[in-house]
Design a binder for this molecule. Structure first.
Ligand code: ATP
Length: 457
C-alpha cells in the first residue's frame, strides 16, 4: 500500500484532497496521470457497455434529485451502516467488518443481531480495538451514509424539510429517466441505460486509499426486462462483465465471484466480482451484478403517482419491468489496475518500478526523448511530437539523463519511448523502446505513426 500511495503522489496520479489545509479523510484528487488513467478506464467501460451494443443507451443525470427519490428508494430510512467506536482512542469501525474478522457474516443484519454477536465476543474477551487494543468499545449504533445539502433554501437553515441529498448511487437517476428514455428513444425491452457519475456516501471507515471514499464515481447500467428473461440475461451479463476484466489484463486467478447469501427482499440474485488486492491483503468487492426485481420502478411509480409500466405490443401485456444491474466504482477500478500492474524488477544493480498496464489504459502512450537538449535534436524530436500528438497522448521530455527519463516513463506505465539521437540526423530513424521487454528497435520516422497505430490499436 505504502509503495502504491507514494508512487501515486510522487508521479501525479492521486493526491489527498485539500492537503495544504491538513487534508480530508477519504477524499482524493486525481492528478494529470491519474485523470488520464481514470478516463481511459471509463472509456473502456463505456465502449463495452454502450458503444459496442445496440441494446444499451447512455445518460448523464444530475447529482441533485428530488428528495422524495431517496425516500422511495429506501435510502432515507435505511441506508445505514452499524458503527462501533473505541472509547479510548476514538477510532471508528464498521460492526459488520469487525464480525467478518471472526468469520461471522453479519452483512445487512439488524442492530439487535449485530449487538448480540458483539456481546458474545465481549464476554469471551475477544473484542478489541484494532488500533489501540482497548476492550472499551461502544455497542453498535446506526450511522446514516446519506450526505445532506441544501438547494433553493438559505444556506444557514439546513432544516429537515429543506434537505436535498447528494446522490448515494447513480442508478437513482436512471430509474427516474426510464420513462423519458422509452418515450424519446422508443426502446423496446430488453434494453439498458448506462451512466458514469459522482456519488457520495458518508462512509464510517475510510482508511483504504481510493478503495472506499466519501466522494466517488460509479459506472452503472440498469437493464430493463420482462421477468421471464431475467435468468438468461443475468448469466449473459455475468459472462460479459467477467470477460471485460480479462480483456484488460486482470489475471483470471485474481478475481472470483462472491455470491450474496442474504438478499434484499426484492432481489432474486446478487453476485459481486472480487479482486485479490496485494495492497489490501485479500479479495475485495469491485463490482456488483444484481437482479433487483421490479422494486425500483414500482417504488418510484408509487411515490410519484406516475405509471412506469411497459406495454408489450406483441403480447398485449402491461407490466413494470424488472431490472438487472451492473455497478462498479471507477476509483476502485483505478486502484485495482494499479495494484495489478505495479511491478518491481531487478535490472543490473537497480530496482525498476514499472506499471505494466494494458496499453489502451496507459495514461501516456509514447514519450519522445531527445538524447540531448541541443537544437539539432530537439527540433526533429518536437516535429515527431507534433505529428504523433494528433492521434495519441504523447509526452515530450528533454530533462535529465536518458536512464532517469526511461525510469520515469516506466513508473507511469508508458508503453513506448522514442529516443532521438545523433544518428537520427543521418538515418532519419529513431529508437523505440518497449516498456515491458525493454527491447529496442530502430524505426524510420516516416513509419512511426503507422507503427504506433498498429501497436496501440
Ligand atoms: P461496500 O460493501 O464495499 O460498502 P456496497 O456493496 O455498499 O459496497 P454498492 O452499493 O453495491 O456497494 O455499490 C456498487 C459499487 O460502487 C461497489 O461495488 C464499488 O465498486 C463502488 N463503491 C461503493 N461504495 C464506494 C465507496 N465508498 N468508494 C468507492 N467506491 C464505492
Amino acid at each position: 500500500m505504502e509503495k502504491i500511495t507514494s508512487l501515486c503522489k510522487r508521479r501525479g496520479f492521486v493526491y489527498p484532497s485539500s492537503e495544504i489545509y491538513g487534508g480530508m479523510q477519504a477524499i482524493y484528487d486525481y492528478g494529470h496521470y491519474g485523470t488520464l488513467l481514470k478516463n481511459n478506464i471509463r472509456d473502456a467501460w463505456w465502449k463495452a457497455m454502450v458503444q459496442l451494443r445496440d441494446d444499451v443507451v447512455g445518460l448523464d443525470s444530475a447529482i441533485f434529485m428530488h428528495p422524495t427519490t431517496w425516500v422511495a428508494s429506501g435510502h432515507v430510512g435505511g441506508f445505514n451502516d452499524p458503527q462501533v467506536d473505541c472509547k479510548k482512542c476514538k477510532s471508528r469501525f464498521r460492526a459488520d467488518h469487525i464480525l467478518e474478522e471472526f468469520g461471522i457474516n453479519a452483512d445487512k443484519a439488524p442492530l439487535d443481531e449485530l449487538n448480540g454477536y458483539l456481546d458474545k465476543l465481549r464476554e469471551e474477551k475477544k473484542l478489541k480495538c484494532a488500533n489501540c487494543g482497548s476492550t472499551d468499545l461502544t455497542p453498535a449504533k446506526i450511522f446514516s451514509l446519506m450526505v445532506k445539502s441544501n438547494i433553493g433554501s438559505p444556506t444557514d437553515e439546513l432544516k429537515e424539510e429543506s434537505v436535498v441529498y447528494l446522490r448515494p448511487e447513480t442508478c437513482g437517476g436512471i430509474y427516474l429517466e426510464y420513462k423519458n428514455t422509452i418515450d424519446s428513444l422508443h426502446r423496446k425491452l430488453p434494453f439498458g441505460i448506462a451512466q458514469v457519475g459522482k456519488a457520495f456516501r458518508n462512509e464510517i471507515v475510510a482508511r483504504q486509499f481510493i478503495f472506499r471514499t466519501r466522494e466517488f464515481e460509479q459506472m452503472e447500467m440498469q437493464y430493463f426486462l420482462h421477468p421471464d428473461m431475467m435468468k438468461e440475461k443475468y448469466e449473459e451479463w455475468k459472462a460479459t462483465r467477467w470477460a471485460w476484466y480479462l480483456e484488460y489484463g486482470i489475471e483470471e486467478n485474481k478475481i472470483h465471484w462472491y455470491k450474496h447469501e442474504k438478499l434484499a427482499h426484492y432481489a432474486s440474485e446478487a453476485y459481486d466480482i472480487e479482486y485479490n488486492f496485494k495492497t489490501l491483503g485479500g479479495f475485495k468487492e469491485i463490482e456488483g451484478i444484481h437482479a433487483r426485481g421490479n422494486w425500483d420502478l414500482s417504488q418510484h411509480s408509487k411515490f410519484s403517482g406516475v405509471e412506469l409500466n411497459y406495454f408489450d405490443e406483441k403480447t398485449g401485456e402491461k407490466f413494470i419491468p424488472h431490472i438487472m444491474e451492473t455497478s462498479v466504482g471507477l476509483g476502485r477500478l483505478v486502484f485495482m489496475f494499479l495494484d495489478q500492474s505495479y511491478t518491481e524488477e531487478i535490472v543490473g544493480e537497480e530496482t525498476r518500478v514499472v506499471l505494466k498496464l494494458d496499453k489502451r489504459l496507459a495514461p501516456v502512450k509514447v514519450a519522445i526523448l531527445p538524447l540531448s537538449k541541443k537544437e539539432e535534436l530537439s527540433v526533429p524530436a518536437k516535429e515527431i511530437w507534433n505529428t504523433l500528438k494528433q492521434n495519441f497522448i504523447v509526452e515530450y521530455d528533454e530533462t535529465q539523463s536518458i536512464g532517469k527519463r526511461y525510469r520515469r516513463q516506466d513508473e507511469i506505465g508508458t508503453p513506448y519511448c522514442v529516443t532521438v539521437d545523433f544518428e537520427t540526423l543521418s538515418d532519419q530513424a529513431v529508437t523505440v523502446r518497449d516498456r515491458d521487454t525493454m527491447a529496442q528497435e530502430r524505426i524510420k520516422i516516416s513509419e512511426l505513426e503507422n507503427y504506433f497505430k498498429e501497436k496501440l490499436g
